[in-house]
Design a protein around this ligand. Structure first.
Ligand SMILES: Cc1ncc(COP(=O)(O)O)c(C=O)c1O
Length: 266
């Protein structure tokens, strides 16, 4: 039988790297009554949250909110930007970098998974010099994106994203930079615009201290241009467009969770 919050030692306090314990004022917001999810009040709320998220990602550009896990937001980043058969450079720093790589392969994206040999790979963050070297060798620009994990939850190692950007610039390579900061956002320093990231992937359940169930993609103008030329998955994301035809999935989870976000004073 599930124990939920009935623990003999008192109130349950979750001690894992995420999901994080949810603050009481956020928990209380769960009891708010549902509002019309296609009505003007929700529209106003949605816009407020979208602009609040820009502050957290440190970006002036759009942030997409998905009714998804972090894994769903990984997928959103890949499918809105790349096509099956595209080549992507991914860097192995631990369990989550490995899972993102596997997901890309399931979507038909070809990956080169580089890193330090053997167990050393999981003891270090991203070595930007390795990325620079590989991109310099790609004279015909076959590599369409570089994907790295900012804070590798499985090892606790945080990587230097500014150094990765610099390596890509030194190599003069046009690949997009995609970063997973699912456990880094609001826990560690993160700067989407300043670090020149094209897609930042994150989730609700770690540094933001919300329940799991919302995913985010912060994007750049370069990514947006590329995404608009493609078959677009916009119906699942709140933030791209809302109309009677494209009805973002803002059902139970996102609506109640956006209340939590209001409580965070976004
Ligand atoms: C760095 C990182 N990436 C991705 C994920 C996957 O997120 P989710 O479990 O919400 O799919 C996690 C979850 O722990 C994570 O820590």
């Amino acid at each position: 039988m599930l124990k939920l919050d009935q623990h003999p030692s008192g109130r349950h306090f979750l001690h894992i790297p995420g999901p994080s314990p949810v603050p009481a004022r956020v928990l209380r917001a769960i009891s708010y009554q549902t509002i019309d999810h296609r009505g003007p009040e929700f529209g106003e709320l949605g816009l407020k949250l979208l602009s609040g998220m820009q502050t957290i990602f440190k970006t002036k550009h759009p942030v997409i909110i998905y009714p998804s896990s972090g894994t769903g937001a990984w997928e959103g980043a890949l499918v809105n930007t790349l096509s099956a058969g595209d080549l992507v450079l991914m860097y192995e720093t631990g369990h989550f970098a490995t899972l993102w790589n596997k997901l890309a392969n399931r979507l038909g994206i070809k990956t080169e998974f580089i890193g330090m040999p053997g167990a050393e790979g999981w003891r270090h963050g991203v070595d930007a010099a390795k990325i620079e070297e590989r991109l310099k060798a790609d004279a015909s620009h076959q590599i369409k994106a570089v994907c790295v994990v900012h804070n590798e939850t499985s090892t606790g190692v945080t990587s230097n994203i500014a150094a990765v950007r610099k390596a890509m610039d030194v190599a003069k390579h046009p690949a997009l930079l995609m970063v997973d900061t699912i456990s880094g956002l609001a826990s560690a320093d993160y700067r989407h615009d300043e670090w020149g990231v094209d897609v930042t992937v994150s989730g609700s359940q770690k540094g933001l201290m919300l329940p799991p169930g919302i995913g985010f993609n912060a994007i750049s103008p370069k990514q947006l241009k590329q995404a608009r030329q493609r078959h677009y998955q916009e119906h699942i994301g709140l933030g791209m467009r809302s109309s009677s035809l494209i009805r973002p999935a803002i059902g139970h989870q996102p609506q109640q969770l956006t209340y939590y976000m209001v409580c965070m004073k976004l």
